[in-house]
Design a protein around this ligand. Structure first.
Ligand SMILES: [Zn+2]
Length: 480
């Protein structure tokens, strides 16, 4: 796609942007010296707040977090006064997809714009230029993500992200095993691997383990009754193989019956809520006995509705952290030719209500919850969609403190990294956020990010906002 001509009034702004000194990217900042955040209130999940706290980061780890008298500031440390702020562990989005764009160009199955945005070019840009999403996550206070399904390159991307202070940490499942032979692949790379035979499932799990996947994801989509028992058996095989290779089984199952089967197969994480029926005591007993974690993903369907109805998601979450290309896609109504009839969304309010009800029932039963957005799907932008998700969780009846815990320690548990992430305590990794107001008192306060610390490197929110686009840049590489 050729770049649209900039209106004349924009030209001086763009020219100034080109003349501005090139800011040093945070990734090049080198190993950060010790950093002490002082005078903020320390907010950790599940424990009382500590006013006027000191949090010290050194060597990429938290070395002290507590009352001022308890934490000495090392000589030579950078000391940042965060008076009036609230320092918390970094937020974790436990359900994302770096193999999708947040709009229809990454999901042509939902609305086909491939004539304008060839799918292979879109995926190449996702693979080669994840920085726009990395910045949007940090800008939104998200310092870790769980990529629960995508192309094989997400596995190497996760390893690269770990060492990049300008990107969120990333745990990735890689290609997902599927009950349907879904077409959204590339000639030389698959993100969906069909569970055609038992041996294909075993070979798939073995290959994923060898490729460095951190979890085995099954896309347990409802299939016709004639093949349901076969696919249930293959899910069981996937669970057995996952245990054999030492990886957690994580499952997409949005029907109550399928979600129970997933738990019986050993799912450690259900990456969505049950959406078709109210959860029952059998489901809750199963989830409890298996120690499963549920990621409710309350808002992703609303994202599809927004995009396909030509509405911007800006009324649900702010877009200032979103890169200009994704933002312009989200703010421009899609062509009438691809809009489905309004009847397509008739059942959505009931589905939303059921999902909210089920979340409340799971919380009341003490089932562990992790916050996840399903970012990458159309209308669910990487980064600030966490605000819509967390606010929907609070509206469903979770306390702000419980939502905050699900978006920190809950996400760390879902990723299998609770020993390193999810709270600010000595030896944990140096990922934190300073908010202007307490997110554990009202989760809407999570919108008020002041500072972000990732791997001990300090970023102000302003530094993490999208950079001005140079004139020579193509439209984000997603529309060649
Ligand atoms: Zn997903």
């Amino acid at each position: 796609m050729s770049r649209p001509a900039a209106p004349c009034a924009m030209a001086p702004v763009l020219a100034l942007a080109l003349l501005a000194p090139v800011s040093r990217p945070p990734a090049m900042a080198g190993p950060p010296r010790a950093l002490a955040i002082v005078h903020a209130t320390l907010v950790n999940p599940g424990v009382p707040r500590v006013p006027d706290a000191v949090v010290v980061f050194q060597g990429g780890r938290v070395t002290c977090a507590g009352a001022r008298a308890a934490c000495a500031i090392p000589a030579g440390a950078e000391v940042r006064d965060a008076s009036g702020g609230y320092i918390t562990p970094g937020l974790i989005d436990a359900h994302v997809h770096y193999s999708q764009t947040g709009w229809l160009d990454g999901r042509p199955d939902a609305g086909d714009l491939r004539a304008r945005y060839p799918y292979d070019s879109v995926v190449a840009a996702l693979r080669d230029r994840p920085e726009r999403f990395d910045r949007a996550y940090l800008c939104s206070g998200v310092t870790s993500v769980f990529d629960v399904g995508g192309y094989p390159w997400t596995l190497s991307m996760a390893r690269q992200h770990e060492a990049t202070p300008a990107a969120p940490r990333m745990v990735a499942a890689g290609p997902l095993l599927s009950t349907i032979d879904f077409w959204l692949n590339l000639p030389f790379a698959r993100q969906f691997v069909y569970m055609r035979t038992d041996s294909a499932v075993r070979a798939g799990v073995d290959a994923l383990a060898r490729m460095g996947a951190s979890a085995i994801k099954v896309w347990y989509i409802q299939v016709p009754d004639t093949v349901q028992q076969t696919m249930r058996h293959r899910l069981t095989v996937a669970g057995e193989e996952a245990r054999r290779v030492g990886l957690p089984l994580i499952v997409h199952a949005t029907e109550l019956a399928r979600a129970k089967e997933a738990l019986e197969a050993g799912a450690r994480v259900l990456v969505h809520n049950v959406e078709d029926l109210p959860v029952d005591s059998e489901f809750i007993a199963l989830a409890r006995s298996k120690g499963a974690i549920v990621i409710p993903t309350l808002v992703v369907l609303t994202g599809y509705e927004d995009v396909l109805r030509g509405r911007s998601p800006a009324s649900r979450y702010p877009l200032d952290c979103v890169d200009p290309v994704t933002r312009s896609h989200l703010e421009t109504p899609v062509p009438d030719s691809i809009r489905p009839p309004a009847s397509r969304f008739e059942r959505l309010p009931a589905t939303r209500a059921r999902s909210a009800h089920n979340l409340a029932a799971l919380v009341a039963a003490g089932i562990p919850i992790a916050m996840g957005t399903d970012a990458g799907n159309p209308g669910t932008a990487a980064g600030p969609s966490v605000y819509a998700e967390m606010e929907a969780m609070q509206a469903a009846g979770m306390s702000a403190a419980a939502v905050f815990a699900s978006a920190t320690l809950g996400g760390a548990r879902a990723m299998g990294r609770e020993r390193e992430l999810g709270s600010l305590a000595p030896t944990k990794l140096a990922d934190a956020v300073v908010f202007d107001a307490d997110p554990s008192a009202d989760i809407a306060n999570a919108r008020r990010v002041r500072l972000v610390i990732r791997g001990g490197a300090l970023h102000t929110r302003a530094e993490l906002l999208p950079r001005p686009q140079p004139l020579s840049a193509s439209a984000g590489g997603s529309g060649r």
